[in-house]
Design a protein around this ligand. Structure first.
Ligand SMILES: Cc1cc2nc3c(=O)[nH]c(=O)nc-3n(C[C@H](O)[C@H](O)[C@H](O)COP(=O)(O)O)c2cc1C
Length: 386
């Protein structure tokens, strides 16, 4: 499916380091996602032929419209990387101008590059010149509240030939401390002649409908909303809230384990136990076959690590409140009264519960004897790249 025809009205799965892993994207597709973006891929690391970076540009079997997000600040290197990911099957290539992490901004990447408007335009032009697929860009509002440059940046991207623009409605300095500024997102949508994808704080389908209508955006993007409730895609596609039961949630979580096992496991007849998913030369069609997979120790650790990370988000879900009002992304729901013992377990944030849920899902066992509540030290890491 082409990017241009898929975009209007879509809820796009955001690029997320760790979060947008291939099996999670597959789960989102099964739940209705049609446009999805990879984890952030550093162009320089592709140039260095790093296997782990090549693993990130793989399209999932059956993924309808898949974009690869690149980070880099050298026009020639970014052009080379864009051509590579196009040749590997990406439907669009996205440029990262939002990554707040010091390690990257010190090298002039991500949000730091967003301060260099002329260079951004040159990079977009260089990427555009070598690929047929659309080149998109994801920006923040600016570095901090006193250096908002989103209108200037958006215009430079449109002038450089960007096919669409995602606006995450916060500055680099704000991280997640403030709600996304949807008025600023709407300003961009009104100012530039290319489609704008609005991004920030979407958690329930009515919010998506309201933001889409009020902002003038062509499409929306979700990151934490999808991590907390991957069924958000179905809700938005159907235009109604799904009061999902704890058993239904568990079925989705088990499906993630299946997909992750298929992705990181190996076929029993495979020659080596080496992690196939990191192999840059494995044909893509091979990953789609239905042969059973086994998890050796390395693969099992990999699945466990991703699963535990996802469970940290899954336990943040809270349904609509009994009085008809809605929880918000920005505040943890404290007054949530679970409707069953399983829902109570799935609302616990302590390490003992998160470990227990992870191990039970990993082994395919039931979750009927949860441990007593322990210390809460786990907060999922949301400081990452965008
Ligand atoms: C775990 C995690 C990893 C992220 N990694 C990236 C990334 O690699 N590239 C990027 O542009 N944004 C990244 N972001 C930012 C999101 O794409 C998105 O812009 C931001 O979270 C706001 O959307 P939300 O309010 O729906 O979470 C990440 C966000 C999270 C939570």
């Amino acid at each position: 499916m082409s990017f241009v025809s898929s975009l209007p009205g879509a809820l796009v799965l955001a690029p997320m380091t760790k979060g947008s892993n291939l099996p999670f994207r597959q789960l989102c597709v099964e739940l209705g996602a049609t446009v999805l973006v990879s984890e952030m891929v550093v162009a320089r690391r592709l140039k260095q032929r790093r296997r782990s970076e090549f693993a990130l540009i793989r399209r999932a079997p059956g993924e309808p419209c898949f974009g690869v997000q690149l980070a880099g600040n050298k026009p020639d290197e970014m052009a080379w990387a864009a051509a590579l990911v196009e040749a590997r099957g990406a439907d669009f290539v996205d440029l990262n101008l939002g990554c707040p992490i010091d390690h990257f901004t010190r090298m002039g990447l991500g949000a730091a590059l967003g301060r260099q408007v002329t260079r951004v335009r040159r990079i977009v032009e260089a990427m555009r010149a070598v690929v047929q697929v659309p080149v998109t860009v994801k920006i923040r509002l600016g570095w901090n509240a006193s250096t908002h440059n989103y209108l200037e940046l958006a215009q430079a991207i449109a002038d450089g030939g960007g096919a669409a623009l995602t606006v995450h409605g916060r500055t680099r300095e704000a991280r997640y401390r403030q709600p996304a500024d949807w008025d600023a997102i709407a300003e961009v949508a009104a100012a530039v002649p290319i489609p704008v994808i609005g991004n920030g704080d979407l958690l329930f389908p009515h919010e998506a409908a309201e933001r889409l209508a009020a902002s003038g955006c062509t499409a929306l993007m979700t990151a934490r909303g999808a991590l907390i409730k991957p069924w958000l895609f179905r809700e938005v596609a159907e235009g109604r809230y799904w009061d999902i039961t704890a058993d239904e949630r568990i079925a989705l979580y088990r499906r993630y384990v299946e997909l992750a096992t298929r992705h990181w496991g190996r076929r029993p007849d495979a020659a080596t136990a080496h992690d196939r998913a990191d192999d840059p030369v494995t044909p893509l069609a091979d990953a789609a076959d239905d042969a059973p997979r086994v998890l050796d120790d390395h693969a099992r650790e990999r699945v466990r690590d991703f699963l535990r990370w996802h469970v940290g988000f899954w336990v943040r879900y809270a349904p609509q409140r009994p009085d008809g009002t809605w929880p918000t992304m920005q505040q943890r729901e404290s007054a949530f009264v679970p409707r069953s013992p399983l829902e109570a377990l799935l609302a616990r944030h302590d390490d003992a519960a998160i470990d227990y849920i992870t191990e039970r899902l990993l082994d395919g066992n039931d979750l009927t004897d949860p441990p007593p509540a322990g210390e809460t030290t786990s907060e999922p890491t949301v400081v990452a790249a965008g």
